[in-house]
Design a protein around this ligand. Sequence first.
Ligand SMILES: Cc1ncc(C[n+]2csc(CCOP(=O)(O)OP(=O)(O)O)c2C)c(N)n1
Ligand SMILES: [Mg+2]
Length: 562
Amino acid sequence: MSSTNTSARYAAALVGGFADAGVSVAFVSPGSRNTPITIALANESRIEDISIRDERSAGFIALGYAKATGKPAVVSCTSGSAATHYYPAIVEADQSMTPMLILTADRPLRLRGSSAPQTMDQIDLYGSHVTGFVDLDSNRIESARDDATALAHRAMIAPQGPVHANMPFDEPLLPSQVIRPATPEPVAAVPPTPADRDASVRDLGDRSVLIVAGGRGFPRLASAIDNLSQRLRAPVFSDPQVNATGPNILRNPDLIVSATSGIPSGPLVTHAPDVVVRVGAIPTSKAMCTWLETCGVDQILIDESRLSDPLASATTSLHGDVPAILDTMGLVSHEDNSFLGAWLEADRVVGDTLRKEIWRLPFPNEPQIARSTVENLPPGTNLVVASSRPIRDVDAYAQPRSDIRILANRGVNGIDGLIATGLGVALSGQPTALLIGDVAALHDLGSLAELARLDAQLRIIVVNNNGGGIFSFLPQATSPVVDHRTFERHWGTPHGHRISPIADALGVPTSEPSSLDDFVERIQAPICGTDLVEVVTDRTANTTHHKTIKTAIAEALASTRR
Ligand SMILES: Cc1ncc(C[n+]2csc(CCOP(=O)(O)OP(=O)(O)O)c2C)c(N)n1
Ligand SMILES: [Mg+2]
């Protein structure tokens, strides 16, 4: 047993150190062993302490919060299996370079390896998926503030990511009186990401350049991409969540390359670039990834991830602060507009054809839902787009808007924790919408139960196609070795559930629009509290709709060459 108040004093100083470093939110899950941290957070006025019952939800909420604000949130839980529920959110945070501070309470050292209740080996619990791990010594009160600063610093320096502090706390867990941290000394806020001063300037001469951007987005990156694209007169092929803006972005990036695969008419064939500047992770567009892998065109990859390029197609790699590196590239402006002009013209043809085809389809259909969601959300909304069809449909069918921000979990592309991620984004204080499939929604029902208790502005739009619609686009759907019943049992996974009645039961207002106008009206409505809009679609009809659109686009692109 430690001396009176040791655990509480250590926790108060540690939490004070986090507040000094700029941390302003903590998601705390109930438990006894983390009592010193819970009390310290409750007493630290600079940090809002929010209680989340389910640690799995709490992890994803912290993830969403950090994606929205760029700042790490604390998650805190008791000892034992509680800590294991953070794992999926940590993996996503690690691979999408999202900062997070994970505090797991532990039994004191003398009980490690024993059969004491709620005791397990928590050392290095998250393995290589955290950017830092430390087993703190809660007897060393004098080092607590430094411990906090070091942890916050580790989470925020590039590459950003989750850090884990395990904290063995001995009894007494409760202090004998309220302990307030000493008045903070002025300490620098969370340090900015250091620029990569070693990046060499890349002179791209007068070569025609295509910029391809994937992974995460943030304002500094968007403006660096825009500036480079204008210097080089380069079209920008970008994932929705990069939130690229500017005159050179392709508004239909996926369709411009996917509709024309095999037909020698797309701009990748008629106006192939001399060099591709790849920014961040690979793009969502499968067609673009396939082209990058096989084209043999020079590719300069600029990234700060510690993960390697899955396409293994980069001819040069520059590693470090991505916007800073982009700013050092192509300093001699290009004069010739013809390459950019050809790509933008092809983009226009694709856009015109898409507009004609998409509104012809009978409501409800998934391309229309993706497009019309992005088109009609109130300005200033954050839109979280779930993995599976939603992100692919937004990529293919929605038109970029500079007055909303798109976020997605593209680190490991899980369909887990997405309601919680949306909730975390909403808790940053801005109205938020979440576009999500039915399987992903069912996967995170626990977070739907958390939602009703919290004061968040979140609209959940569920596209319910009664199963995993994405698998109908994969070879499993048509393979002779998979019969229809096996496909449905293991991939289609129909369940027959509506999400609305479940949400109703949990106190979330719901609607099921019966026409496109009705849907648009629901999406345009200001996001005040929480609500859920459910649209029921059909997986089989969906594949036909996609084919119809793509065929029309391929023909339109081909006819521009005749
Ligand atoms: C945690 C997790 N489990 C399983 C998968 C594999 N997976 C990818 S898409 C998908 C189906 C998703 O269905 P739904 O959310 O309804 O979206 P839809 O494909 O119908 O648009 C599954 C199970 C995954 N990506 N993540
Ligand atoms: Mg589905």
